[in-house]
Structures are given as structure tokens and as C-alpha cells.
Design a protein around this ligand. Structure first.
Ligand SMILES: *Cc1c(COP(=O)(O)O)cnc(C)c1O
Length: 486
């Protein structure tokens, strides 16, 4: 840790210090009051820090070094797919023709941008096995809600007004029940069996004439492939419900299996996960939704259509659920995903899946000796361990996560999914080398040994970070959300 980082302070202002110097003004001063209505002009000087350019540069550079990102270290955050974001994506997103278009420009002047979006949709249709795709939703959860609103509109258009329930497995991502509830449905939980898969008996029990849809993540959040997927689809379709596929983590099946072929009616993807959009910290995401043919009329409008050689925004969609995002989604992230898909090609995308799955299984096998493995079977892109053995020795999974910080790693996802006690959920992704995987595993093994021999060092971690252990209860109950001068 550099001294500069330790000494980071916020009160840098020195009266009179400035970041630039301009020559004396030699033209008449503009009379702003003639341009702006009364009340819009400030009457006092703004209170801004008075700093030099160098002061501000060092301040922000020091702040940036307190962040952990994929570009600075391993980030095995299960379910979040923190994979490397290739820099060619950034280059392309900055092309003038993409970066400098305005969303209110006439369609005829943004044909290239529309063509890129149209072509991206075509690729996603191919990848998911669906019939049509919208790029409007700005995130995975937004895609879920959009998909469920379409399912709702579909049932209503059929006069099927009593389908008020959405079935969600107990291992589902928290956004699934939340989206269902915001879309006006009641959620029914279906249990997992002892293998970590949806319990078909329990599903048969809860499914019925009031079922609007089943939302399923496959592979599920335990990293396991739902092997009874076709039977599951039959049960739900048999009862008149629709099948929703949470494809946020498509990394595990990309170019190998398609939700459309498994019988699903709706799927959302997270372009900011599988398709290398930068994410975390709330950057703009993209959660496109693909649908089968009978849901096409309900897609958000406008849709991008091709008329002859021309690309147009089609608003003439009487059954559409309406617009779900201003303009046409987060354009920049869609450009990045498109660049990724084109630069990888079909063979590259297949290799993604193979390495993502290989990496996860490799780490799982190496760690299984030191941490409990609740579901001892071949995993997909991620796997879960349980810290139960360590908890018996007085060390919680949270302590292990904090100890990892001392070695420069972002911890895995912990305490999720909820159906595994002291859960540790690891997703290495395909972009990491064997050396990185091995170093991380070595440290996890070292921590397991520390738990047995010297638990305090783990319980009191982190020791090397700028900020130590937080009082999590106080942070949740009494959050201080803005900077307070000491
Ligand atoms: C990340 C994730 C989501 C939510 O995606 P956001 O873009 O964060 O809204 C939904 N489901 C699963 C399985 C996920 O991993």
C-alpha cells in the first residue's frame, strides 16, 4: 500500500489556488441576464474546492486505486460473471459514428447505428433460439419485468384473467420474485430436491390454472444444470403457463444449448455479464429479452425493423406493452456486446463455455478437500461450497471473505443462494489463467489451515486494506450517505 493511499484526504482546498490560467478577457462580457430568465442565474459564487490540476489528478488516481476491478485482480463473484472486458469493445464504442449520434436524430441519419442494433438482435435470436428480441431493457431485472409484463399481456389477450401466480424455485436470484411482484403477480416458491434441482413433485403440486409462468435459471444459481428441463417444460405448458428463462448467466451454455430449444417462451440475457459489458458500480447495463412467436405482438415498442434496405423504428404495434426505456436501450453497451460477439465468432463463443465450465470444475475439485461441497456433482460455470466445517471452529464465511481481501482478491459471493448454509459461491469465468486459479485456490487452502491453527487472524481480517472491517449493522441501520467534513 502506498503512503499516498493511506494519507488520502478530502480537504485539499487552498484559497486562490487554481487549476488553469487564461489570458485577460479582451472581448465584451456576455450579459447572461439577457439570455436566461430571472431566478435561473446564481447570485453567489459556487463553493468549489480551489485546487491545482495536479492536486485533483492525484486525488482521483488515489481514489481509483482503492477500488477493486477485473483489471486490477481476480474477481470470482458467483452469479455476477466478472470476466475481462476486452478493450477492443471500448475502442469501437468510441467510434465517432457511435459515440456522437443523438437519440433524437432522424432515422435516415443513423442507419449504421440501427443496422448494428438489428444485427445484434439477429445474433441474439440465433444464440437463444428465440423468434424475436428487444434490446430495450437496461438490466437483467428490467428484462425479467419486461418479460413478465409480456406474459401478462398474452394471458389477458386470451381472456385468461386468473393466471396470477409466478412459480420461482427457492434457489432463484432475488430479482426473480421481486420482478414478479412488481409485475403484479403473486410468487409461489418451488423447492429444490437433495440434488439441488427443482423438485418435480413439488412443481406438480403448485402448478395449476392460476399459473402465469415458471421462472427458471439454468444452470441454476448452484451452478447445476436442470437436467429434467424438458419434463419441467411439459408440466408448466400442460397447465397453460409460460416458461421464463433467466439467462443472466448464459456463460455456462453459450453456443452449446439454447433456451428456445428447451421449450422456453421468454428469456433475458445480461449483456453486461456474459457478453463482456463492464459492470459493477452501477454502470449502464443491457438486459435484452427474447420471445417465441406468440409473444411477439407484446414486445416493447418501437421495434427495429428492416424494410428493404432501410432500418426503421416501428411504433405501429397495437398490442405492445409500450416503451420500457427511453429511446432504444443503452446503446453503448449494445455496441460493446456486438463487438464481442463478432470478434469471438461462433467457435470463440463455444470455447467461452468450455473454459468457463472447465475452470469451475477444476477449482471445485481442488477445494473440495478443504471446504464442504454440498452438491458433489459436475458443475457448470460456478459452484458452491459451504463454510459449515469452519463455522464449527468459530470462523464464519464472512471472516473468510474478509481474509481474502488481505491477498488482493475480491471475495466470492457469500450467503447466497439461501438454500446452502454458510454459502460460498465461486465463479472463475473463462478469462482467467490456470496460474490465477491456482494462486487463489492456494490462498483458500491457506485460510482453511489458518482457521484450524490460528483462527484470530481470519476473524480479525482484513489487515492490509485501507478500510478495515465495517460495522455492518450500523452501516445498514444508520447509513451516512454524504461526505461530512471532520
Ligand atoms: C445478475 C443476475 C440477475 C440480475 O441482473 P441485473 O442486471 O443485476 O439486474 C438476474 N438473475 C441472475 C441469475 C443473475 O445472475
Amino acid at each position: 500500500m502506498h503512503n499516498q493511499d493511506q494519507a488520502l484526504i478530502f480537504e485539499l482546498s487552498t484559497p486562490g489556488r487554481i487549476g488553469y490560467s487564461l489570458p485577460e478577457m479582451d472581448v465584451p462580457e456576455l450579459d447572461l441576464s439577457a439570455l436566461l430568465p430571472d431566478g435561473y442565474l446564481r447570485t453567489e459564487e459556487p463553493e468549489l474546492p480551489e485546487v491545482s490540476e495536479l492536486d485533483i489528478m492525484r486525488h482521483y488516481t488515489a481514489l481509483s486505486r482503492r477500488n477493486h476491478g477485473v483489471d486490477s485482480g481476480f474477481y470470482p463473484l458467483g452469479s455476477c460473471t466478472m470476466k475481462y472486458n476486452p478493450k477492443i469493445n471500448e475502442n469501437v464504442a468510441r467510434f465517432n459514428g457511435f459515440a456522437h449520434v443523438h437519440p433524437l436524430q432522424d432515422e435516415s441519419s443513423v442507419q449504421g447505428a440501427l443496422e448494428l442494433l438489428y444485427d445484434l438482435q439477429e445474433h441474439l435470436i440465433e444464440i437463444t433460439g428465440m423468434d424475436e428480441v428487444t434490446l430495450q431493457p437496461a438490466a437483467g431485472a428490467h428484462g425479467e419485468w419486461t418479460g413478465l409484463m409480456m406474459i401478462r399481456a398474452y394471458h389477458e389477450a386470451n381472456g385468461d384473467m386468473n393466471r396470477t401466480k409466478v412459480i420461482v424455485p427457492d434457489s432463484a436470484h432475488g430479482t426473480n420474485p421481486a420482478s414478479a411482484s412488481i409485475a403484479g403477480f403473486e410468487t409461489i416458491t418451488v423447492k429444490s430436491n437433495e440434488h439441488g434441482l427443482v423438485d418435480l413433485e413439488d412443481l406438480r403440486r403448485v402448478v395449476g390454472e392460476d399459473t402465469a409462468a415458471l421462472m427458471l435459471t439454468n444452470p441454476n444459481t448452484l451452478g447445476l444444470f436442470e437436467e429434467n428441463i424438458l419434463e419441467l417444460a411439459e408440466i408448466v405448458h400442460g397447465a397453460g403457463g409460460k416458461l421464463y428463462y433467466d439467462g443472466a448467466n448464459l456463460n455456462a451454455v453459450l453456443s452449446k444449448a439454447r433456451p428456445g430449444d428447451m421449450g422456453f417462451d421468454v428469456v433475458h440475457l445480461n449483456l453486461h455479464k456474459t457478453f463482456t459489458g463492464p459492470h459493477g458500480g452501477g454502470g449502464p447495463g443491457s438486459g435484452p429479452v427474447g420471445v417465441k412467436v406468440d409473444l411477439i405482438p407484446f414486445l416493447p415498442k418501437p421495434i427495429i425493423a428492416k424494410r428493404g434496405e432501410e432500418f426503421v423504428l416501428d411504433y405501429d404495434r397495437p398490442q405492445s406493452i409500450g416503451r420500457v426505456k427511453p429511446f432504444y436501450g443503452n446503446f453503448g453497451i449494445n455496441v460493446r456486446a456486438y463487438t464481442y460477439i463478432r470478434s469471438m465468432g461462433p467457435d470463440g463463443l463455444k470455447a467461452v463455455t468450455e473454459y468457463a465450465v472447465l475452470n469451475a470444475n477444476y477449482m471445485m475439485r481442488r477445494l473440495a478437500e478443504y471446504y464442504e461441497l454440498p452438491f458433489d456433482r459436475h458443475c457448470k460455470h460456478e459452484f458452491v461450497l459451504s463454510g459449515r466445517r469452519q463455522k464449527k471452529l468459530g470462523v464464519r464465511t464472512l471472516d473468510i471473505a474478509k481474509r481474502l481481501l488481505d491477498f488482493g482478491y475480491h471475495p466470492p459471493t457469500i450467503y447466497f443462494p439461501l438454500n446452502v448454509e454458510e454459502c460460498i459461491m465461486i465463479e472463475p469465468t473463462e478469462t482467467e489463467s490456470k496460474e490465477t486459479l491456482d494462486s487463489f485456490v492456494d490462498i483458500m487452502i491457506q485460510i482453511a489451515k489458518e482457521v484450524e491453527e490460528n483462527p484470530e487472524i481470519v476473524q480479525e481480517a482484513p489487515h492490509t486494506t485501507v478500510v478495515g472491517r465495517m460495522d455492518e449493522t450500523k452501516a445498514a441501520r444508520k447509513p451516512v450517505l454524504k461526505y461530512q467534513q471532520a
